[in-house]
Design a protein around this ligand. Sequence first.
Ligand code: PLP
Length: 366
Amino acid sequence: MESLRDTVPASAEVAAARERFPVLEQVAYLNAGTFGPLSRDTLRVMREEQERDLLEGRTGLPYFLDTLGLRVEMRARVAELVGADAAAVALTTSTTEGCNIVAAGLGLGPDDEVVTTTDEHFGLLGALAASGARVVVVPPDPERVLAAVTPRTRLLALSQVLWTTGALLPVAELREASGVPVLVDGAQSVGTIAVDAAGLDFLTISGQKWLCGPDATGALIVADPERLRVAAPSYFAQVSYDPDGSFVPREGAARFERSWWSRASLRGLLTALGERPAWGQRHALVMAARCRELLAPHVELVPGGASPLVAFRRPGGDAAELVQRLHEAGVRVRELPGRDLVRVSVGWWTTEGDLQRLLDGVRPAG
Ligand SMILES: Cc1ncc(COP(=O)(O)O)c(C=O)c1O
């Protein structure tokens, strides 16, 4: 796993890191749970690659081999992030794609059950529904999850950090206690808390959120690639194939990869990963606690967890209207549909000034 620094950064260190993200000068960026901010250097390398594509063309063996080399580098970097083996990493375009690879690859049918929770994102739920299995939905409470396991349960499908409340689920413990393979939706955990892939069967990663990478980037960790079917093979799936399309799969999880990434995306995400401050995750948690402290007297805070997501309801409701009003005031948060909740994503880049801007927008109607 990536090493995290324990100490609180000096404010000059935070300011220097923030300086790389021009958008932070404009807005209080509190929505990395949807899309993270992009840095100047991430955009610079992406533009360089696009310019190269424009002027030199996307052609020639060296171009192809070099791009495949970037994929190898990317798998190694992602593996390092979550303490996995590079051979267990498949590059995807999103958490949603990762969930679909797993749910389709398990070959489930109506006699199989999958246990999930009421607080999962459609990126996971849609894949479960399409799998053909019976989907058993319980509240996001470890005991309720375990109680729902039957001899027919083939998969636990759970978020490590719930996108609704920011609460944490003990996914590795649930895997161990149930003995059932687990698909962990890591969209809101990788990049926000220390995530260890050890003991998890499948773990999804979104590149565009907390990792501050380009759109349509992500990864899936598959602990044992031999035990998952390649349900939707792309050219990357095989080392050789017959005229009827039957094929010998590649070694490792790379066989599950469904999509080509542009060089711009590859170099963009590598740059973004290289810029992550060692103190970032811990600092975000400190700022999230501060966010709760500031909001507490004015709103109904939803109980969360040790994650940088903070959800609240304003007395009198209408989260959508508040989110819109905050947007106009330069504060970026989101509404959680159907729950009348506002969600704040606190990043390592969040300052006291950002939180005061949030508070100013929340208070008048409170
Ligand atoms: C918990 C969770 N899962 C899945 C997704 C979908 O992520 P992606 O766009 O990478 O598929 C999100 C997006 O917000 C999410 O919060």
